[in-house]
Design a protein around this ligand. Sequence first.
Ligand code: SF4
Length: 515
Amino acid sequence: MERAWTKDPSKLNKFELYKLEKDGLDILNDLKRFAEQGYEVVTEDDLSLLKWAGVYAQKPKSDGYFMMRVKVPGGIMNSDQARALAGVARDYGRDVIDVTTRQAIQFHWLTVQSLPDIYERLDKVGLTPIEACGDCPRAIIGNPLSGIDPNELLDASPIVEEVHTFFHMNRDFSNLPRKYKISISGNMYNTGHAEINDLAFTPAVKEIDGEEVKGFHVMVGGGLSAKPHLAKKLDIFVRPEEVLKVAIGVTTIFRDHGYREKRHHARLKFLVADWGPEKFREELLKLTGPLPTQGKDMTLGWSASYFYGVHKQKQPGLNYVGLSVPVGRLYTEEMEELARLADKYGNGSIRTCNSQNLILANIPDEKVNELLEEQLLKRLTPFPKPFMAYAVSCTGNEYCNLALVETKERMRSVAEYLDQHVALDTPIRLHMIGCPNSCGQQQIADIGMQGSLTKVNGEMVEAYDLAVGGILGPDAQFNTKLKGRVPADKLPNAIAHLVKFYKESRQEGESFHSF
Ligand code: SF4
C-alpha cells in the first residue's frame, strides 16, 4: 500500500525498507513454523520483527531464549489474569516475573517452542503481548487506581480500553517510524508520567456553554533514551468522547510525517521539536476538526506512581493496599498467592504501577487487618524500608542484549546498603539503567544511575554515571549529570555520601530535586 512516506525510498533507513516488504504483524504467521522447526530457523530479520509479537531475544542471543512483555492496559488486571501469568512463568519462564515501568509484565527464559501455547493461554484471559514492543502503539499506561481513586478527576479506564482496542493489531498503525507510547490518566498527581510519553492525556476542566466540562489536556513528543525530551502541551481541550479521535490524529501525524531516515532520530519527539506545538496543533486540527482551546489544568503534582500502605477508595468502606515489589521482580508462587489474596479479601482486582509495584484493590474495611497479616505481605510489604521502596531498575545484563552492566541485583544492594546506613525522613527515588535506552527511566529520578564501563588499574570494570534532580509534574525537569563515573564496587558508598550531603545541607522543606 502506498503511504505518504513510501514515495521517496531514499528517505528510508534499511529497517524501514524491510518493514515495507513485511509488516511487523506478519511475523505472527511465522510463530507456528518457528515452534515446529526450532530456533535455528529464526533469522536476524525475524528477530527484528518478533518485537511486534512482544518478544525480544534474551542475552546471549545464541542460547535461543526470549523475553516477553505482556500489556496490562492502564495497569488494571484481575486474579484470573494473574494466575495465567503465574502459570506461564512456572511452565516456561523459570518462575521469574518482572513488573515494568510501563505497567506491563515481563517474562524471561521462553523458548520458541513455548510461544504458541503462551499466546493461547494469555488470549483466553484477555491479555496480549502483541505490540508490547516494536514500531507501533505500545502498552497504554494510565492510572492504576482508575475507578477507585479519590484523587482522580475522572475514571479514564474505559477510554484506555477504547484506545487500546482501536490500535490493537490495527494495520493502519502497525508501521510507525519508531516505538510510540501513549498515556491516559485522570489522576491529578500524574500517575501516567505524562511528560515522558509520545502522547499523553492529562486531567483538565473547561467551561463550555456555561458548564464545567471534565476532560483532558494533551501533551506530545516526550521520551527518554539518549536524548530525552519533555512533552509539549498543545493548546486544546479534549472531551472524554474525543480522546480516541485525537489519539488517531496524533498517531496519523507521526506515521505520515515522522522521520524514517535514522532510527535514533525517528521518535515523535524529534518531529515535535522541529515543528513546535503550534504547528503540531494546526496539523492535528486538520485531522480532527475544531477543538476547544486549553481549559484549566488539573494536574496538581506528581506521586511518581507510589501508593504504599492502606488507603481509602472513593467508594465508602473500601480500601486499596499498595505493595512494594523490590526492584520490580516477583516469582510464580507470589503471583499465585497475590491472586488468591485478591479473591479472598477483595473482588479479584490487582493493579500494576509505573513504579514497578502492585496494588490490591476493593478491600472492605473489616478485612484490612487480616490481609495485612498474610505471609506474602512480609516480602511484598505495604510498608517497605525507605530506600528499597523507591528503587527502580531496568532488566540489565542478566537478560538484556543491550546492557553494559548488571542492574537489578546492584540496585537492590545499593538500596539495602542505604537502608542500613542512612536515616532520612523524605523519599529519594533511585533509578538504575544498564544502557542509554533508559527503560528504567533514570532521567526522572532523584538520583539516576546509568551503567557504563571505566578503566581501573588498566582493567575495564562496570561503572555508573550519576545524575541528580529529576522530577515530573508541574515542575518537570530531567536530572543533571554529575562529573565523573563511579566503579560498581564504590557505588553504595558514593550514593550514601550524596544522600548524606543532601540531608546535612538542605534548607527546611527543600526537596531533592530543588536542592
Ligand atoms: Fe536493556 Fe538498556 Fe533497557 Fe536496561 S535500559 S533494559 S540495559 S535496553
